[in-house]
Design a protein around this ligand. Structure first.
Ligand code: SF4
Length: 236
């Protein structure tokens, strides 16, 4: 089973617990206005690798995973666009005793394929762009009903997950929004963590290179003080 891969990160520490081998897959259906990897959007780009090749690459780092409670994370792009490949990869990682983590935008409805993938997934990082439908449509090219249902699905099957949300000034940085996000998450017993990620513009140059208009050029990243205030609300 082969997959289309954008890139790899060894010794990643931002996408799941411990030290992680992060695989960024090609293909995304969301078109978020703050995406820092718009070059992952086309499913046909990138390079082809087999699940076996990637499992072997990950296995080289197993001593580091074991020492740090880390493992492999599959991110993107949107990994669920290549669900059978991710399932094949996670099965091989499970055979090798490697912790598996899926970083997803949650844009998949329940199916046999998704149930099978979840059997081999230890942890899910669910990125929520906005919990209000209209605002979600302002940020992405997709509706958020599937994403919110995905959170319920994870809870219903007892799957541990983290919710991650990007703090964008003017879109997701109000105390009222963070309170609403917190209330939404409080309905789920398998949420282990809620993470607020500050918006940044490190990928702006890629939009320019690809000739895609970037609408957040004038928006500044949230200050550390702002992030502190919002995190306090989240943890209060
Ligand atoms: S879901 Fe992630 S990869 Fe896809 S457009 Fe949004 S930020 Fe980019």
């Amino acid at each position: 089973m082969n997959g289309r891969i954008h890139s790899f990160e060894t010794f990643g520490t931002a996408d799941g617990p411990g030290i992680r081998f992060v695989v960024f897959l090609q293909g995304c259906n969301f078109r978020c206005i703050y995406c820092h990897n718009p070059d992952t959007w086309p499913l046909s780009a990138g390079s082809e690798y087999s699940a076996e090749e990637i499992a072997e690459m990950a296995a080289r780092y197993k001593p580091y995973f074991d020492a740090s409670c880390g493992g492999i994370t599959v991110s993107g792009g949107e990994p669920l666009l290549q669900i059978k490949f991710v399932t094949a990869l996670f099965k091989l990682c499970r055979d090798r005793g490697i912790h598996t983590c899926l970083d997803t935008n949650g844009s998949a409805v329940r199916s046999e394929d998704l149930d099978e993938l979840m059997e081999y997934t230890d942890l899910v990082l669910l990125d929520i762009k906005h919990i209000e439908p209209d605002m979600h449509k302002n940020i992405t090219a997709a509706v958020n009903q599937t994403v919110l249902s995905f959170a319920k699905y994870l809870n219903d099957i007892g799957k541990p997950f983290h919710i991650r949300s990007v703090v964008v000034p003017g879109l997701t940085d109000s105390p009222a929004y963070i309170t609403a996000l917190k209330n939404f998450c409080s309905g789920f017993s398998t949420v282990e963590k809620i993470e607020l990620l500050p918006f940044h513009k490190l990928g702006e140059y890629k939009w320019k290179e690809l000739g895609i208009p970037y609408t957040l050029g004038d928006v500044l990243p949230p200050s550390n003080e702002k992030m502190e205030v919002l995190n306090k609300i989240l943890n209060s």
